[in-house]
Design a protein around this ligand. Structure first.
Ligand SMILES: Cc1cc2nc3c(=O)[nH]c(=O)nc-3n(C[C@H](O)[C@H](O)[C@H](O)COP(=O)(O)OP(=O)(O)OC[C@H]3O[C@@H](n4cnc5c(N)ncnc54)[C@H](O)[C@@H]3O)c2cc1C
Length: 368
C-alpha cells in the first residue's frame, strides 16, 4: 500500500491549491477527485476576487480574503513559470452600484477602506456607457479583479503534479479510518495510507463529517449563471448590485450571475433562474435584452451555518484537517486556504483569530 504525507479529498480549486502549496514544500501529496479536476462548483464560478465587495466582517474575514486576493498577483507569474497556464487575472475592478441614497449609505464602511473610492453617476456613466442612467453612483473597488476559475484550478493541479504531487481523477474516496499514527484511505481505485488527510470536497464534505463524529453540515446553495455577448455592449469594470453581477471576460463575453437557491442539490439550471438573471442584468444594463446567449450553467456553493469556511484541524483527530464551506468565495480564498493548511501541517505560525474564526467546532453566535 502506497503511503503519502498528505491525502487531499476533492480536486476543486481548494483541494488543488492545497496540493500546490504542500508540493512546493516537498511533501508527498495525493489528490483524489470523484470526477474531473475543477469540474464542480469551481468551474461554475464567475471568478471574481471580491475581497472588498463580498466581505462585511472587516476585522477577521477581510484580512484573510485580502491576503488571498493579493497572493494571486504573485501566483499568476509563478504558475505560468511552473506549468505554462495563464489564469487570466483581469484588472478593471468592480463598480458596486447604488441606485438610491439609502444604497449609497450601505456602502459607507466599504468606502472607508483606502482602496475604495466613490464615483458619482456622471463619472460611472462616462466610464461605462451601457449602465442604467438612473444610478446614484458606485463604490469603485479597483483591486477586486477576477480570474478564469477553471484555469486557475488546472494551473494549481498541473503545477502541483509537476512538483511531485499525484492527482487521481475519477477516484472518489469512500471512507477514512484511523490506523495507528496515520490514516487508512479507501478509494474507488484502491487503498492508501496518509499521515494527514484534508477534507476538501466542497458541498459533499458532510458525509465525512458524519463519519468523523461531527454534526456540522455543509449546505448547498445553488447558483446559476449566463454567458452573453454583443459587440456593441462592452464593459471595462465588473458591475455588482444586490449579489448580482456582470463580469467582462477577456474574450468579450459577459458573465451574468448568479442566483442563490438554498438547500438545492439539483445541478441543472432552470428557466426561472435564467429569467431572474435576465431581469437583474436589465436593471444594470437596460440594453441587455439585445445580448446573445452563449451558454448557461449552474453549480453548488458549499455554505456553512455562518457562511464562513471550515479551515483547520479536527478537534480530536490531529491528522485530519478541513478546508471546505467556502460558499461564494472559494476562488478568492483558494490561495489563502492553501497557505493556511500548509502552515498548520508544517506547524508554522497562523493568526489565532483566523484559527478561531474558521475552526470546525466554533459555536453559533447568539445575538443579545
Ligand atoms: C454560480 C456560482 C458563481 C460563483 N462565483 C464565484 C466568484 O465569482 N468568486 C469566488 O470566489 N467564488 C465563486 N463561487 C464559489 C466557488 O465556486 C466555490 O466556493 C468554490 O468553487 C469551492 O471550491 P471547492 O474546491 O471547495 O469545491 P468544488 O469545486 O465543488 O470541488 C469539490 C470537489 O470534490 C469532489 N468530490 C466530492 N466528493 C468526493 C469524494 N468522496 N472523493 C473525491 N472527490 C470528491 C467533487 O467532484 C468536486 O470536484 C461561485 C459559485 C457558483 C456556484
Amino acid at each position: 500500500m502506497k503511503n503519502y504525507d498528505v491525502a487531499v479529498i476533492g480536486g476543486g480549486i481548494i483541494g488543488c491549491s492545497i496540493a500546490y502549496h504542500l508540493a512546493k514544500e516537498k511533501l508527498d501529496v495525493a489528490v483524489f477527485e470523484s470526477g474531473q479536476v475543477g469540474g464542480k462548483a469551481t468551474s461554475a464560478a464567475a471568478g471574481m476576487l471580491g475581497a472588498h465587495s463580498e466581505c462585511d466582517d472587516l476585522e477577521v474575514f477581510y484580512p484573510f480574503a485580502r491576503n488571498s486576493q493579493l497572493a494571486y498577483q504573485k501566483l499568476q507569474e509563478e504558475l505560468v513559470d511552473v506549468c505554462g497556464i495563464d489564469i487570466q487575472l483581469k484588472s478593471g475592478g468592480i463598480y458596486k452600484l447604488a441606485f438610491s441614497e439609502g444604497e449609497k449609505s450601505q456602502l459607507s464602511s466599504l468606502l472607508d477602506l483606502p482602496t475604495v473610492e466613490w464615483h458619482g453617476s456622471a463619472q460611472v456613466l462616462k466610464n461605462e456607457t451601457a449602465v442604467n442612467e438612473h444610478i446614484n453612483g458606485a463604490a469603485y473597488i479597483r483591486d477586486d479583479i477576477h480570474v478564469l476559475p477553471g484555469l486557475a484550478c488546472r494551473a494549481f493541479s498541473k503545477s502541483a503534479q509537476l512538483m511531485g504531487a499525484s492527482i487521481f481523477e475519477y477516484t472518489p474516496v469512500l471512507n477514512v479510518q484511523k490506523a495507528d499514527s496515520s490514516y487508512f484511505v479507501k478509494t474507488a481505485g484502491g487503498n492508501i495510507g496518509a499521515k494527514y488527510v484534508v477534507i476538501a470536497n466542497g458541498v459533499w464534505s458532510s458525509t465525512f463529517f458524519e463519519a468523523l463524529g461531527l454534526s456540522h453540515r455543509v449546505i448547498p446553495v445553488k447558483g446559476e449563471c449566463l454567458s452573453v455577448s454583443n459587440e456593441s455592449i462592452s464593459l471595462k469594470h465588473t458591475l455588482f448590485h444586490n449579489h448580482n453581477y456582470i463580469v467582462p471576460r477577456s474574450n468579450g463575453t459577459l458573465v451574468i450571475g448568479a442566483t442563490m437557491i438554498e438547500n438545492e442539490w439539483d445541478e441543472r439550471p432552470t428557466l426561472g433562474g435564467i429569467e431572474e438573471l435576465i431581469a437583474a442584468a436589465k436593471e444594470l444594463i437596460p440594453a441587455a435584452g439585445d445580448m446573445r446567449i452563449e451558454s448557461f450553467w449552474a453549480g453548488l456553493r458549499p455554505s456553512t451555518f455562518d457562511q464562513q469556511p471550515f479551515i483547520g484541524f479536527h478537534p480530536e483527530e490531529k491528522g485530519i484537517l478541513f478546508a471546505t464551506g467556502h460558499f461564494r468565495n472559494g476562488i478568492l480564498l483558494a490561495p489563502g486556504t492553501g497557505q493556511m493548511i500548509r502552515d498548520l501541517i508544517l506547524e508554522r505560525e497562523v493568526r489565532n483569530d483566523w484559527i478561531d474564526a474558521f475552526k470546525i467546532d466554533r459555536q453559533k453566535q447568539v445575538l443579545v
